[in-house]
Design a protein around this ligand. Structure first.
Ligand code: BG6
Ligand code: MG
Length: 213
């Protein structure tokens, strides 16, 4: 298979921020009195901010007003952004930087496909924005993961067929999105997606571009 494009999820694939999301959602769940552990958090990975809060409310069978809903979204994001203030290149996950350099050198198209509305801000903190031909984030899609829109928009920007692109994902919702779009899906950095993904690597140091060229 000749791969011409790589589409990366952000949180948990490029950078360690998935843990910061967990801590921030845990704080929100605690406020609502909803039991919330890493196990429940697995359901939230990859999905949008709004859908995440809806999921927590569902888990606890809690009902709140629209204004409380908006206030919780706002405070979760403020807490989260505060926790990633000092994010920098050392927070890149293993293998990411080398892969970006190698792929760029080979003329492979590079993109980010993330549910996060903070994606461009985070890429800026990491100093890697210039690597990417396109960044599709939570501000630019109407149907979030597990819908494939985010990745389909990326492939279409590249001018490539989904079958010519790899999607790297750490979340079940993201692997589902990649499969639904007809991409080659690779799970990375989260053993929970090992069974679901077509291929799985513990981190991107294990991924060899030449195996897909
Ligand atoms: C995804 C994360 O990338 O983005 C989720 O996996 C997160 O945990 C979602 O909730 C939305 O992110 P943000 O930054 O817009 O709140
Ligand atoms: Mg992720």
């Amino acid at each position: 298979m000749k791969i011409k494009g790589l589409l990366f999820d952000l949180d948990g694939v490029i950078v360690t921020t998935e843990h910061n999301h967990f801590v921030a959602w845990k704080r929100t769940a605690d406020e609502l009195g909803v039991p919330f552990t890493e196990r429940e958090n697995e359901l939230l990975k990859g999905i949008s901010r709004i859908d995440s809060l809806k999921m927590i409310l569902n888990l606890g069978n809690v009902f709140i007003s629209d204004s409380e809903f908006d206030a919780l979204l706002k405070s979760k994001n403020e807490f989260y952004l505060d926790s990633i203030q000092s994010l920098n290149q050392s927070d890149l996950l293993p293998g990411v930087f080398d892969l970006l350099i190698k792929a760029k050198f080979q003329g492979i198209k590079l993109g980010v496909g993330s549910s996060s509305k903070n994606a461009n801000f985070i890429l800026g903190l990491l100093g890697i924005s210039d690597f990417f031909d396109v960044v599709i984030d939570g501000n630019g899609v109407s149907d979030p993961k597990p819908h494939p829109e985010v990745f389909l928009n990326g492939a279409s920007f590249f001018g490539l067929a989904p079958t010519e692109c790899i999607v790297f994902e750490d979340a079940a919702s993201g692997i589902q999105a990649a499969k639904a779009g007809g991409f080659f899906d690779i799970g990375v950095g989260n053993p929970e997606v090992k069974e679901l993904a077509t291929k799985y690597y513990n981190d991107l140091t294990e991924f060899r571009l030449e195996d897909y060229g």
